[in-house]
Design a protein around this ligand. Structure first.
Ligand code: ADP
Ligand code: MG
Length: 486
């Protein structure tokens, strides 16, 4: 039986605001337990929430970057459940009036020629819960609670069940992360939990209309885990149907060590949460002017940027893809280009040399010691014929060791292209005396012999001679190809 895979993703993203969503407690990852908290995070009696306006601004920015419609009238609701990491006994979330709806993400994955549009259902704002820390290191098992994370602003991005494979899911997450990082609302670091993803998975026989029972998978700690868990779950469901069995809608946990999904509980329904409007927060009216203001300040998004690099700068698609993969990389490239005025050469330097080191050292491009200005100037030196491409590599090595400009490195190390004909001629003469064999070969019609002679001269000049001059000079001295052949 051939099955079609149906996937919908629910992604929680922590917003990088300075303070929490409803209090002035600091919003920071890590720190000793219970040091980033306020009375509100602990739900002490008498405390009341006040919406941090930066949360709304960042949430709207994210919504616009994802092509959503922003809801004019939106409100908060209480989602009730009991767990020690949630001292109020309810989470402030949004139920029937999420602040953003629709929108979607264009994705492309390996082996795929054209983009696919994955529509979103909604995005809503909510607060994060605290964390339980279980200790097993003494004879007594204890659990501790850390409220540092309680009240961290979150947006939950819910996709339509339009994802059809684990590769698609992987590409969707990557694109989502890229977009949210571009608009600087979150670093989307899965290891630190600033992006978390639950995957809803079901399958149905090819051609069948309507959806079958789905399983929701939690505890996915990396994009790779999302892919593995989906693949595992699809096989599990196929196996169930093959044996003629059915299963209930449920929540499972991904076990990254065992590489399998493990049932956790039967799926709770929304009525289990007894949602009702949050009485301590006013409803929000988001005006068009507010939305337009944020829209106007959005940066150029990666897809548009990539298009422009291909169409206006004439870069190959691969280059455009690499350079726009992170906003910081694109900004670095554009800064360098504004000096060099040569898109392809600058692209080569940024994607090969600069990113080569940045990736090897696992740093971000903004931490790289050679800034875009110096790369721009270096490319300019090559284009003005001041140095050869080979010498440029030497200059780059020098730049890594110092703060000097490429120009001054070329000057102090004497790396400038030698155009002084006399000096070059002297070297050519000297080298030709040692190249009798190649000169013979050239005269006998072996065209490759010229390369050997030019190479020998360039080596002698340490790559500094203008290759064009060297070529002309040698030809003038050794005569035309195959002169002895007749
Ligand atoms: P809940 O709030 O109970 O988790 P939702 O209706 O909000 O339920 O759906 C959550 C996610 O599940 C969405 O991303 C949606 O696309 C996805 N989903 C819904 N039905 C299915 C299905 N049959 N198979 C796979 N995913 C599904
Ligand atoms: Mg859900």
């Amino acid at each position: 039986m051939e099955y079609e895979v149906i996937i919908g993703l629910e992604v929680h993203v922590q917003l990088n605001t300075e303070s929490k969503i409803f209090s002035t407690a600091t919003n920071e990852f890590g720190g000793s337990p219970n040091t980033h908290i306020s009375t509100l995070c602990l739900a002490l009696p008498g405390t009341l929430p006040v919406l941090n306006e930066v949360v709304l601004e960042k949430a709207v920015r994210a919504g616009l970057a994802l092509g959503c419609e922003i809801t004019q009238f939106t409100k908060f609701d209480r989602k009730n459940y009991f767990y020690p990491d949630l001292p109020k006994g309810y989470q402030i979330s949004q139920y029937d009036k999420p602040y953003a709806t629709k929108g979607g993400i264009h994705v492309k994955w390996k082996g795929q020629e054209t983009e696919k549009f994955i529509p979103l259902t909604r995005i809503h704002m909510e607060e994060d819960a605290g964390k339980l820390i279980h200790s097993h290191d003494s004879s007594i098992n204890r659990s501790y609670v850390d409220y540092n994370r309680a009240g961290t602003p979150l947006i939950e991005i819910v996709s339509e069940p339009e994802i059809r494979s684990s590769d698609e899911a992987y590409a969707y997450l990557n694109e989502l992360k890229t977009l949210l990082r571009y608009v600087q609302v979150s670093d989307c670091n899965m290891e630190e939990g600033s992006l978390r993803c639950d995957a809803n998975v079901s399958i149905r026989p090819k051609g069948e209309k309507g959806f079958r029972t789905r399983v929701e998978i939690k505890n996915l700690n990396s994009f790779k885990a999302v892919k593995q868990a989906i693949d595992y779950e699809v096989e599990w469901q196929k196996d169930m149907y093959a044996r003629g069995e059915t299963f209930k809608q449920m929540t499972k946990l991904w076990d990254a060590a065992l590489l399998k999904t493990i049932p956790m509980r039967s799926k709770e329904m929304s009525h289990d949460y007894r949602y009702f409007p949050e009485p301590d927060l006013p409803a929000l009216v988001i005006t068009d002017q507010y939305i337009d203001d944020i829209r106007r300040h959005l940066p150029e998004l990666p897809r548009a940027k990539k298009e422009r690099y291909i169409k206006e700068l004439g870069l190959p698609e691969y280059d455009a893809e690499v350079l726009t993969s992170e906003r910081e990389i694109a900004e670095y490239f554009e800064k360098a280009l504004s000096i060099s005025k040569d898109a392809k050469k600058t692209s080569n330097w940024v994607k090969d040399e600069v990113l080569g080191i940045v990736n090897k050292e696992s740093i971000s491009i903004s931490e790289f010691s050679v800034g875009p200005e110096r790369i721009g100037k270096l490319v300019d030196l090559i284009n003005r014929g001041e140095i050869s491409g080979k010498i440029a590599k030497t200059v780059f090595e020098e730049m890594l060791q110092s703060k000097d400009d490429p120009e001054s490195i070329v000057e102090t190390k004497g790396l400038k292209v030698v155009r002084d004909d006399k000096a070059i001629e002297e070297i050519v003469n000297r080298v030709l005396e040692t190249q009798q064999e190649s000169i013979e070969a050239w005269a006998n019609g072996k065209d490759r012999a010229l390369g050997a002679i030019v190479g020998a001269v360039m080596k002698e000049t340490k790559g500094k001679a203008d290759p064009k001059i060297v070529n002309e000079m040698i030809l003038a001295k050794i005569g035309p190809l195959g002169s002895k052949k007749q």
